[in-house]
Ligand binder design. Structure first.
Ligand SMILES: Cc1ncc(COP(=O)(O)O)c(C=O)c1O
Ligand SMILES: N[C@@H](CCCC[NH3+])C(=O)O
Length: 420
């Protein structure tokens, strides 16, 4: 059930009218629904639970807000992190260190030490060089790093090229044909406990077939390692499951995904790990915005200029991504418009020639499916500050991230005295 729905002709977030949120917190503002996050977490768990030993790690990059992480922690999820900052956030939100997986091609020595000091559950190593460095650091500190080797299966995930990660020319993972020998070498190093493999071929996948092919390839190397006398107890299958961005769009469900995973991993005898992000958070958030003005150039499609911009929601500018856009108080009238933000770039365009609810200056509207890769990718470009975030829970609403004003940002800047 959608928790961002019309009631008596106006949009609500759970039991809170969005107009009230705009009044109280201003716009633009991200709104997260606790009930939706929880439902998605449970649906995902129920789809994978039948597989036996599983570990669920929420991809922090998709939505690192502390309140969102706390919801996930209460749902029994650990975290997939890709930086020292995300690791610190996951821990600040109360995630147990042993439930945290650290991925990423560029972990610094300092971040490795941070993970070791915290006692995180697993490092996903993305190169032999990284494994050797982690071994040296762990050994010198008298620690053991539990590790999986991330493989690159050279599979086209069929998603946007900028969010594909599993082709051989992508920077992620090690070539799968070298993985077994590399795994065996790394397993010899002091300081490392090689316990398995990881794979993640991309995000917003709308077809399960590429995932299935990737997992089959991983299954083959698990057998090869074992036939060489090596040990494999964990396989991390990453995230990537897509979500509908357009009303009525059909994508594979977590249950479809669960059935596919069950079929492919039958007999592996490992703990299966998952790193879902978008499928949990995407449709659990919207970006509420106010129309600043409607700019009508005679005979041309009007521009609906909203107070959200590409710095608040970067996906349309970065990937040409589609976000459904609905009036908070629709009149039933429609218009064809270009939806743009106030930033001084043509790329600050959310949609062109879109058939939308008729809007005028001062009206409120939402970009849907903005809970993942929304606020987390915000910037302060054009000195617009950082967008605010709230969470609703039934009829309750709370700020979960205050708006950061331009003056808060330039307070950290200095003019050196030699410029006086
Ligand atoms: C290593 C890794 N794990 C998990 C995710 C989360 O992906 P998604 O939000 O598509 O589930 C990503 C992002 O693509 C990733 O790079
Ligand atoms: N930022 C991307 C997803 C990247 C996934 C990170 N591995 C998006 O908005 O779709």
């Amino acid at each position: 059930m959608d928790h961002f729905q019309l009631r008596n002709g106006e949009l609500y977030a759970e039991d809170v009218p969005m107009a009230r949120i705009a009044e109280q917190y201003g716009t633009p503002v991200y709104i997260y629904s606790r009930a939706t996050l929880e439902r998605h977490a449970r649906v995902f768990r129920e789809a994978l639970q039948p597989l036996g030993k599983i570990h669920l790690a929420f991809a922090v990059k998709s939505n690192p807000n502390l309140a969102v992480l706390r919801v996930m922690q209460r749902e029994g999820f650990g975290a997939d992190v890709v930086s020292g900052g995300e690791l610190a956030r996951a821990m600040a939100a109360g995630m147990p260190a042993e439930d945290i997986v650290f991925s990423g091609v560029g972990k610094t020595a300092r971040e490795m030490m941070q993970g070791l000091d915290a006692g995180i559950g697993q490092f996903n190593i993305e190169s032999e060089e990284e494994g050797v460095e982690l071994a040296r650091i762990a050994d010198a500190a008298g620690r053991t790093a539990h590790c999986a080797l991330r493989v690159n299966p050279d599979i086209d995930a069929g998603t946007h090229e900028k969010i594909s990660t599993g082709k051989s020319d992508n920077k992620f993972g090690v070539p799968i044909d070298q993985a077994v020998a590399m795994y065996m070498r790394l397993a010899e190093l002091p300081g490392l406990d090689m316990r398995g493999f990881a794979v993640h071929i991309g995000s917003q996948l709308s077809d399960l077939k590429p995932l299935e092919l990737a997992f089959e390839k991983v299954g083959a190397i698990v057998s090869q390692v074992r036939s060489h006398g090596g040990t494999v107890t964990h396989v991390d299958l990453g995230g990537g499951l897509g979500v509908p961005y357009k009303a009525g769009e059909k994508l594979p469900s977590p249950a479809d995904y669960g059935h596919m995973v069950a079929r492919v991993t039958k007999g592996w005898d490992v703990t299966l790990m998952f790193e879902p992000g978008r499928v949990i958070a995407g449709n659990a958030g919207v970006l509420l915005t106010e129309v600043i003005r409607v700019k009508r150039n005679s005979n041309r499609t009007p521009f609906v200029v909203v107070d959200a911009a590409m710095n608040d929601l970067a996906r349309p500018a970065l990937y040409g991504a589609w976000h459904d856009f609905d009036a908070v108080k629709p009149t039933g009238e429609k218009m064809t418009a270009n939806i743009v933000g106030p930033i001084c770039e043509t790329g600050d365009t959310f949609a062109m020639e879109r058939n939308i609810d008729a809007l005028e200056a001062g009206d409120l509207a939402v970009f849907r499916t903005a809970g993942a890769y929304g606020a987390t990718m915000a910037s302060s470009y054009n000195s617009r500050g950082f967008v605010a975030e709230v969470m609703v829970d039934g009829d309750k609403v709370a700020s979960v991230a205050d708006r950061i004003l331009p003056e808060d940002i330039y307070a950290a800047e200095r003019v050196p005295e030699w410029l006086d």
